[in-house]
Design a protein around this ligand. Structure first.
Ligand code: SAM
Length: 241
């Protein structure tokens, strides 16, 4: 992506972008991924709960799909906290969690200044918000440092995010898909061009798995592993502190 295009795409503050689209956000996710998003979130949930964590942070929880999924899937008492910087997203998340018997807690906050003590969470999860925390983000290092700080020793960091297919043809197809399906359909349903241009273009230029693994290792995490879905268009990472 050219410098000028980057400037245009990433000019609007993220918080503004995410506060503008929530009502139809989940419907759009389903349409853009042909329902796949639910399956990938289930896989991320399984990865997290496999470590039987007592405390889980869903960072950039958005409308709380993953947060609620974690509460539903856990067969034991787990304390789950969803954090997001967008109040409209959090409002929807709280609505979604209202019918649950055991409820997660939600808190407004920013990834670079997490309002939790050191080593507090047995598992930190980020689903489709990792791009926001890293891509063209001057706070990328601070975000990673905070995630590491709040993860307990022996704890897990699980990331579900768009990836980059290794095969050049599939990568080109993925980028065409972002440009000619994700951008126009997201725009059409949400009415928000900036948000879906940001999604399409940040996904197109996001880091491939090897770079993500190196970043996590440099941030202090170890045993970083990754799994790919849809020929690498989606990636699930797990790392240990
Ligand atoms: C693409 S949405 C993903 C939401 C949800 N995790 C999911 O799986 O659908 C990204 C979310 O991250 C939040 N976000 C972006 N940057 C953030 C930051 N620095 N601190 C906290 N939340 C952030 C946005 O407000 C938005 O709700």
């Amino acid at each position: 992506m050219s410098g000028a295009m980057r400037k245009a795409v990433f000019a609007k503050p993220l918080q503004e972008i995410f506060s503008a689209i929530p009502r139809r956000y989940e419907l759009i996710n389903l349409v853009l991924t042909w329902g796949g998003v639910n399956h990938w979130r289930q896989e991320a949930t399984r990865e997290c709960l496999a470590g039987v964590p007592s405390t889980v942070l869903d960072l950039g929880c958005g409308t709380g799909e993953l947060t609620v999924n974690l509460m539903r899937r856990a067969t034991y008492a787990v304390k789950v906290t969803g954090l997001d910087c967008s109040q409209p997203m959090l409002d929807l998340a709280m609505e979604k969690a209202a019918p649950l018997v055991r409820k997660p807690s939600f808190i407004k906050g920013y990834a670079d200044a997490l309002p939790f003590p050191d080593r507090y969470f047995d598992c930190v999860m980020v689903s489709f918000a990792f791009r926001n925390l890293l891509c063209e983000n001057p706070l990328a290092q601070a975000n990673l440092a905070e995630i590491f700080r709040v993860t307990a020793p022996g704890g897990k960091f699980v990331v579900l995010e768009t990836g980059q297919p290794e095969n050049r043809l599939l990568k080109a197809l993925f980028h065409l898909y972002l440009r000619w399906w994700v951008l126009p359909v997201g725009w059409l349903i949400s009415g928000d061009l900036d948000a879906y241009r940001y999604l399409a273009e940040s996904a197109a230029c996001f880091y491939p798995p090897e770079e993500i693994k190196q970043m996590l290792t440099r941030s202090g995490f170890s045993r970083v592993s990754s799994r790919q879905f849809l020929f690498g268009a989606i990636a699930l990472y797990a790392a240990s502190r």
